[in-house]
Design a protein around this ligand. Structure first.
Ligand SMILES: *Cc1c(COP(=O)(O)O)cnc(C)c1O
Length: 426
């Protein structure tokens, strides 16, 4: 028999998991423990010295979280994963492994609003300086590179506007500059888009959204692509310089193609501390088992809703890259051929008042600030998340008075459309 590698549906259920060796439990148990007993003094010493892999303390690693790490790494085609307490914590740990105070990174200016805040304010206070580039003008990434640039950060499908970034084109610029390309793959998930196939070096996720998928747990993940040369020109000292607290070992030399994930764990997670709870890892693992089924339904429903909305007299425009008329349609066909995801925006001819009326009238949709739930979700950014901005700033952020954002759930598409119809016409 020839060896075959398991398909995506199989990996979503099995990767990283085995029946529990002591009890035979088939579902991955929740290892709700802070710490682990050493076999003897030598075992303890080799764990602390990174000579043996094993559990010491749940801030640094936990067996339930380890199954989730292996599963997401397998789905993305990476070498190793690291679970974190939230998507934002994953972004902090990735940058902490790469940046020293005074360094720069280039980021797409079409990103999740929380990332724009994190980069503009908290990261600046660490001395990590973001330089913004425009995903609709790829050469702007190259123009933003300086000798201080340590990374490029983009989203595959950007939240919320349905912007698809040309990953391959940006990865060529990153390679030429000798810096890693980090892709936030939250909205697409590895079911719809595989950034490592197009030159990404590191992937980050908010597990809170479609990977967990049920709106019940916050979590994040870093996936190491295993492709980047961290030792080149001494630019990444955390990976290429001897570590005094680990008997002078050099992480890149010792751990090779999963050195980045190790650095984020044994330095970043150890010192900054945003570990995922094993209980959340358990819930998210249960969600991941049905990821392929859910993502296909999410995308198919979203496409049907976007098509219906684009024909309504009260709707000025629909920004969904799965529509043939959309400006990102050809990029969506290349990067997300199975579907363009479930989060998109549209504009109401009646402006601010119409937006407020719509979110007040919906019954099946939940009016809240999240995405990637089984339930359909709606928000009018101008009256909620972006209300403190001036009108000009709102438009600049893609949150003008007429803009409504949807995250389409797994209900019957006829029911989702009927709810929007009654809410638009009441
Ligand atoms: C939600 C989100 C994040 C942040 O994740 P948390 O789990 O909320 O910290 C980052 N990127 C994108 C695209 C998101 O949607």
């Amino acid at each position: 028999m020839t060896e075959r590698s398991p398909g995506f549906n199989t990996l979503a259920i099995h990767a990283g998991a085995q029946p529990d060796p002591t009890t035979g439990a088939r579902a991955t148990p929740i290892y709700q423990t802070t710490s682990y007993v050493f076999e003897d003094v030598d075992h303890a010493a080799s764990l602390f010295g990174l000579q043996t892999f094993g559990n010491i303390y749940t801030r640094i690693g936990n067996p339930t979280c380890a199954v989730l790490e292996e599963r997401i790494a397998a789905l993305e085609g990476g070498t190793a994963g690291l679970a974190t307490a939230s998507g934002h914590a994953a972004q902090v740990l990735v940058m902490q492994a790469l940046m020293m105070p005074g360094d720069e990174f280039v980021a797409s200016k079409k990103l999740y609003g929380g990332s724009i805040n994190q980069f503009n304010h908290s990261f600046k206070s660490f001395g990590w300086n973001v330089v913004w580039a425009d995903p609709d003008d790829i050469p702007s990434f190259e123009r933003a590179i300086t000798p201080k640039t340590k990374a490029i950060f983009i989203e595959s499908i950007a939240n919320p506007g349905g912007v698809i970034t040309d990953i391959e084109a940006v990865s060529k610029i990153a390679k030429k500059a000798g810096v890693p390309l980090i892709v936030d793959n939250t909205l697409a998930t590895p079911y719809l888009c595989k950034p490592f196939d197009y030159g990404a070096d590191v992937i980050v996720h908010s597990l809170t959204k479609f990977l967990g998928g049920h709106g019940n747990s916050v979590g994040g993940m870093i996936v190491d692509g295993g492709t980047f040369n961290w030792s080149r020109e001494g630019r990444y000292p955390m990976l290429s310089e001897p570590r005094p607290e680990y008997q002078g070992i050099v992480l890149h030399e010792t751990f090779g193609n999963f050195a980045f994930a190790i650095a984020c764990r044994v330095l970043g997670l150890r010192d900054l501390g945003p570990a995922l709870s094993p209980f959340n890892a358990f819930l998210i693992l249960t969600g991941v088992e049905t990821l392929p089924l859910r993502m296909q339904r999410h995308s198919d429903n979203a496409k049907a809703v976007a098509e219906w909305l684009s024909k309504q007299p009260g709707v000025a425009w629909v920004s969904y890259p799965g529509l043939a008329s959309d400006k990102y349609y050809s990029l969506a066909q290349k990067y997300c051929p199975k579907g363009a995801g479930a989060v998109f925006t549209f504009g109401l001819k009646g402006g601010y008042e119409a937006g407020v009326k719509l979110v007040s009238n919906v019954q099946l949709f939940s009016h809240l600030a999240n995405i990637g739930d089984t339930r359909s979700l709606i928000i009018h950014p101008a009256s909620t998340t972006h209300r403190q901005l001036s009108d000009a700033q709102k438009v600049q952020a893609g949150a003008g008075p007429d803009v409504v954002r949807l995250s389409i759930g797994l209900e019957d598409k006829e029911d989702i459309i009927a709810d929007l119809e009654q809410a638009l016409n009441n």
